[in-house]
Design a binder for this molecule. Structure first.
Ligand code: FPP
Length: 231
């Protein structure tokens, strides 16, 4: 494989972690088993991104459309998220990673809302890496929220105003969005922010997305950017 050293590294990477259900189905297991395995690979992928020099990582954990899933599945995803945040909190503090949550946390049950608020508060002073987890998130709703926040502003609303009123205010826009499991769409993820992002699609299901898969995505990105900068 090509040497990845000196290749352009994305400043911000977003992951649409798709395919947990299919991964479980292939093994005759319940969908929740797939989510559990999916949650297990997150820590390694996030750490590897930061280790490679990425500044911000965004994870699409629960969309506003996901409320149509069975209650047991929603409860399991929330429980996995809560466990992940609790387990990862030591690392967030040790490595000075700022956590932000994109989305409306009001509806999050089972103690997830409180866990989110606590970990966000604990890490709010950090200025190095940022981990952005999108929970009960939709890109259009985020833009509407920003527009409403800007209602009282005098003068014209600029692109900078809107960027600054999104959950991701202050972060670089994503340079790379990775979507696993073969679907090729954004599904309402970081719509405004992804205007110029490279979109990487792989058939690999999220629970199988390990470090070597990340390397492939980064090499693909480096190649795209090299061509982009050429004549
Ligand atoms: C998509 O797979 C995945 C989700 C809707 C949930 C993602 C959640 C996790 C990976 C676990 C918790 C997250 C964190 C950050 C700890 P799918 O269910 O749509 O799979 P399918 O398309 O194969 O049915």
């Amino acid at each position: 494989m090509e040497n990845i050293a000196n290749a352009p590294v994305p400043r911000h990477v977003g992951f649409i972690m798709d395919g947990n259900g299919r991964w479980a189905k292939k093994r005759n297991k319940p969908r929740t088993f797939g989510h559990k395995k999916g949650a297990d690979v997150i820590e390694e992928i996030v750490s590897d991104c930061f280790g490679r020099g990425v500044e911000a990582v965004s994870l699409y954990a629960f969309s506003t459309e996901n409320w149509s899933r069975p209650k047991e599945e929603i409860d399991e995803i929330f429980s996995l998220l809560k466990k992940f945040l609790k387990k990862y909190s030591g690392k967030l503090i040790k490595e000075k990673i700022r956590l932000i949550i994109s989305g409306d946390t009001e509806r999050l049950t089972g103690g997830l809302k409180e866990e989110c608020l606590l970990r966000v508060k604990e890490t709010s002073g950090f200025t190095g890496h940022t981990l952005n987890i999108a929970i009960n998130y939709g890109g259009r709703a985020e833009i509407v929220r920003a527009a409403n926040a800007l209602k009282g502003k005098s003068g014209e609303i600029t692109e900078e105003d809107i960027s600054g009123a999104l959950y991701t205010a202050g972060l670089p826009d994503p340079d790379l969005i990775v979507r696993t499991s073969g679907e090729q769409r954004l599904s309402n993820f970081l719509l405004w922010q992804s205007a110029y992002a490279e979109l990487y699609f792989t058939d690999t299901l999220w629970p199988d997305f390990k470090k070597d898969e990340l390397t492939k995505a980064f090499l693909w990105y480096a190649e795209r950017r090299r061509r982009f900068g050429g004549i």
